[in-house]
Ligand binder design. Sequence first.
Ligand code: ZN
Length: 200
Amino acid sequence: MTARAAFHSALDAARDWHAALPAMAAFTDWPDDLRYAARAPVSRPVLPLMERDPGHASPQSARLQAALLAAAPHAEWRLTYTEEEVGRDFLNRFAWFELAGPDGHFVTDQCRITVAYWGRNLFYARHWHEPEELYTVVSGSGIFMVDNQPDLILGPGDTRLHLSNQPHALRTQNDPILVLVIWRGAGLADDPRMVPEDAS
Ligand code: ZN
């Protein structure tokens, strides 16, 4: 499959996922200005791990999981953080790419849709960003943490909302996790930033 075909297939599956998940459909409309942008692939150490251990999907998420895995070798994977911030093990077993957004494989100014993966037993410390965010779990599971709210263990089809500038964190245990994340509001092209006191 060509990169272009793989990304169109992933986008179709993500659009259907958005339509089928009430929390996601309510969060933002599906963008109507998407245009494909050829972007050079950037590989990361996590890729073989993700292909080998993508986490369990649900019947509803299996198609999206498969489409994202098919697009993965063509994606411009990013790490955002430095080894000083998160450690080498984290950078070896995590990465994300922008399916749609200001700098995505599809360009839109209306929202940002990213795909991220973490291997087992990783801790993504408290971080924040201006846009509001909805996590949707495609496969695997993780513990989602927000200040002053109970931790939630989420699996395929579950969602979690993060407000503008609200610190949040994620921990994986005996499952990896593959997520589709959507941002809305100001600052779509920004990167998340670690809360300084949590960065060891
Ligand atoms: Zn976030």
